[in-house]
Design a protein around this ligand. Structure first.
Ligand SMILES: *[C@@H]1O[C@H](CO)[C@@H](O)[C@H](O)[C@H]1NC(C)=O
Length: 365
């Protein structure tokens, strides 16, 4: 009997969500959201008509039990037939209407790669307490990241890359304890990384390249046990490279290139068994390259070019398990290039513009 009731209830829910219109407030919010945007080439908003926003509205999906709008998923680069038919990628202008914030059950907001959406992120977005994914990559969004973004306690993905955001990273951002993926690359963000950045304990990718971030790398990052990818390249980061970066458990990609980093190169980075990509190019790192490579060093890419490194190339580098791409050019290195498997496939350009390096693939000593 109860099985029958459950079945009936499920059936009813199904029929309800398929046939009923969405709530008047969700409908009004979506229509206001649409009215502030203009997508001239694909016609995706032509599907946004009638009162049943939960079925057949392009990019919209609803929670089957509540019938409330749960996801807005609009990507300007997609394999969807609507794109194939138009034979082009998407383009959209306009801005994000604050009426969006009336969709208080929203869990996904993706308005990505439309190239032309501008204006600011409405501050009220921080009140969407069910939001898990906020992805606005690849537009022309300006202004600041909402100060109270840290209210979004369920957020797992925050992707605001490739926009024109200004101001500092809001202090509240580090309260996003569930965040796994943070991408703020290619904006105009200034100021320092929050000292308590390491509070983002679930974060596995921190992509912050191509901004104007300054200050040192916060020590709290050493406690981010899930961090696999840290990209702070092309900023104004100063201070030295912390040695603890070489002992972070899952860190495999570390890009600190094109900054103002000084001090010496920590041995721990070279002996690390996990780091596969290390780019420290275009900084002011000085001193010798530590003789710390070992049979577990496995670098897909190791780029130390354009620094002030001096002394010889350490012999231990020839004991590394693998070095795919090596760039030691534009330093002040001197001495004989070691012999061994990691060097067999390397070209002269890996070693050029140093003070007095010699031996294969450069001229004999
Ligand atoms: C390292 O960074 C520099 C400067 O930002 C860049 O030109 C270079 O291609 C990067 N190296 C690798 C191996 O990706």
């Amino acid at each position: 009997m109860s099985a029958l009731l459950t079945t009936l209830a499920l059936l009813f829910t199904l029929i309800y969500t398929v046939t009923s219109s969405c709530t008047p407030s969700d409908l009004a919010a979506l229509l206001a959201f649409k009215s502030s945007l203009n997508e001239p080439y694909l016609g995706i908003f032509n599907t946004w008509s009638g009162t049943n926003c939960c079925s057949n509205w392009y990019g919209i999906s609803c929670d089957p039990t509540t019938g409330r709008v749960a996801d807005i998923n609009l990507r300007g680069e997609s394999e969807d037939p609507i794109f194939e038919k138009a034979g082009r990628s998407g383009y959209m202008t306009g801005s994000i209407n604050p009426s969006l914030c009336k969709l208080d059950r929203l869990s996904t907001l993706i308005l990505a790669d439309w190239k032309g959406v501008s204006g600011e992120i409405p501050g009220c977005v921080a009140s969407l307490s069910n939001l898990r994914i906020l992805d606005l990559i690849g537009n022309q969004i300006s202004g600041k990241i909402p100060a109270n973004i840290g209210n979004l306690q369920r957020l797992t993905v925050l992707n605001l890359a490739d926009n024109g955001l200004t101001g500092e990273i809001p202090a509240s951002l580090t309260a996003l304890a569930n965040m796994k993926h943070l991408d703020l690359s290619s904006n105009k963000l200034t100021g320092q990384l929050p000292a308590d950045f390491g509070n983002l304990k679930m974060l596995s990718r921190a992509l912050l390249s191509k901004n104007q971030l300054s200050g040192a790398i916060p020590n709290s990052i050493s406690g981010m046990y899930r961090l696999a990818d840290l990209d702070l390249s092309v900023n104004k980061i100063s201070g030295s490279v912390p040695g603890w970066l070489g002992s972070m458990r899952v860190l495999s990609t570390l890009n600190l290139d094109s900054n103002m980093i000084s001090g010496q190169l920590p041995a721990s980075l070279l002996s690390s068994t996990g780091l596969g990509i290390l780019n420290l190019s275009r900084n002011a790192i000085e001193g010798n390259i530590p003789d710390a490579f070992g049979p577990k060093s496995y670098f897909m890419a190791l780029d130390l070019s354009y620094n002030n490194l001096k002394g010889p190339i350490p012999g231990s580098l020839s004991s590394a398990a693998y070095v795919g791409h090596l760039d030691l050019s534009h330093n002040h290195l001197c001495g004989t290039i070691p012999v061994g498997t990691p060097f067999d496939h390397l070209e002269a350009s890996s070693f050029s513009f140093n003070d007095c390096l010699c031996g294969n693939p450069l001229k004999t000593c």
